[in-house]
Write a protein that binds this ligand. Structure first.
Ligand code: HPA
Length: 296
């Protein structure tokens, strides 16, 4: 099943014009619990997913559904609170629409966050993993189909999906908030079933450190489009067969809730580092003045 480009046109037209005024420095796709740092910020503009044609409200408990344009630390940020998943069965369009809309806005940096199961024994519930690489176990991705203008070449290079400089900023942000960040490989599964213990042993053998049902469609497309991309997981449980007999979404939500203060502090510290670096570089070149805005 390939994407329908007409859906993207309609979606872009539905967004308030402010989103396209000038390119946001950073896009964020925030899984459950990750959006708290920004949810109190008064947006310049916002739109509910259900008002974006082709997007639609998330069917998953714990996933809010809105896109907001914000000022944070003197720069424009576009934040997606909640996401659609491949397992919801609505095709790739709603899953990757946030990235496509950000591409059209001219977003240069993207941070995608999620909850994941720990495979590596160093990644216990409450730990954070920055994605060094991923394994797509689904055997499908949103670029299957005709070449979409703006989505890079027919065969995009994926040898460095996760940008080194953004990984470094996330490492610094983790130090700023006093938490540890482990680098690792994320295995993307289709869901909605959790994995079997045999699958987890297989993914461990393939080099995966954590497993989850999201993120890779978005980061695959973003990197193909030339957007500097980073991924961040909060480990909410040990993967199937590693500890405990059962897995459930409620456990994931409960662990996410516990970790929320650190998750939001981490996102905020990352934005501060990114914005400061950008503003210092821009002022150094004497080209861009600090942007005035409503936020901090
Ligand atoms: N498997 C897949 N997705 C997940 C998990 C898991 O164990 N935990 C949180 N999301």
């Amino acid at each position: 099943m390939s994407v329908n480009v007409k859906v993207f046109e309609k979606a872009a037209k539905a967004l308030p014009a402010d989103f396209f005024d000038s390119p946001p420095l950073c896009g964020l796709i925030l899984g459950s619990g990750w959006g708290d740092a920004l949810s109190s910020e008064r947006p310049i503009a916002e739109i509910s997913y259900s008002d974006i044609p082709g997007m639609g409200a998330s069917t998953v408990v714990g996933h809010a559904g809105k896109m907001a344009l914000l000022m944070r630390y003197g720069v424009r940020i576009v934040a997606c609170f909640g996401r659609r998943h491949w397992y919801e069965g609505a095709g790739w369009e709603p899953v990757i629409l946030p990235v496509e809309l950000m591409r059209r806005m001219g977003v240069k940096n993207l941070l995608v966050t999620n909850a994941a199961g720990g495979i590596n024994s160093r990644l216990k519930p409450g730990a954070f993993m920055v994605l060094r690489d991923h394994i797509n176990t689904v055997g499908n991705n949103p670029l299957v189909g005709p070449v979409v203008p703006g989505w890079g070449p027919r065969f995009p290079d994926q040898s460095e999906v996760y940008d080194e400089s953004l990984i470094a900023l996330l490492r610094q942000a983790a130090c700023d908030v006093g938490t540890t960040l482990t680098e690792g490989v994320y295995a993307f599964t289709s869901g909605p079933v959790f994995e079997t213990p045999a699958e987890i042993r297989a993914y461990a053998g393939m080099g995966a450190d954590a497993v989850g049902m999201s993120t890779v469609p978005e980061t695959t497309l973003a990197s193909a489009c030339g957007i500097q991309t980073a991924g961040l997981s909060c480990i909410t449980n040990m993967a199937a067969g590693i500890s405990g007999p059962h897995l459930c979404h409620e456990e994931v939500l409960a662990e996410t809730e516990k970790a929320t203060p650190v998750m939001s502090a981490l996102v905020d510290a990352f934005l501060l580092r990114l914005a400061s670096g950008y503003l210092m570089a821009a002022q150094g070149k004497g080209k861009v003045k600090r942007v005035k805005g409503k936020g901090k």
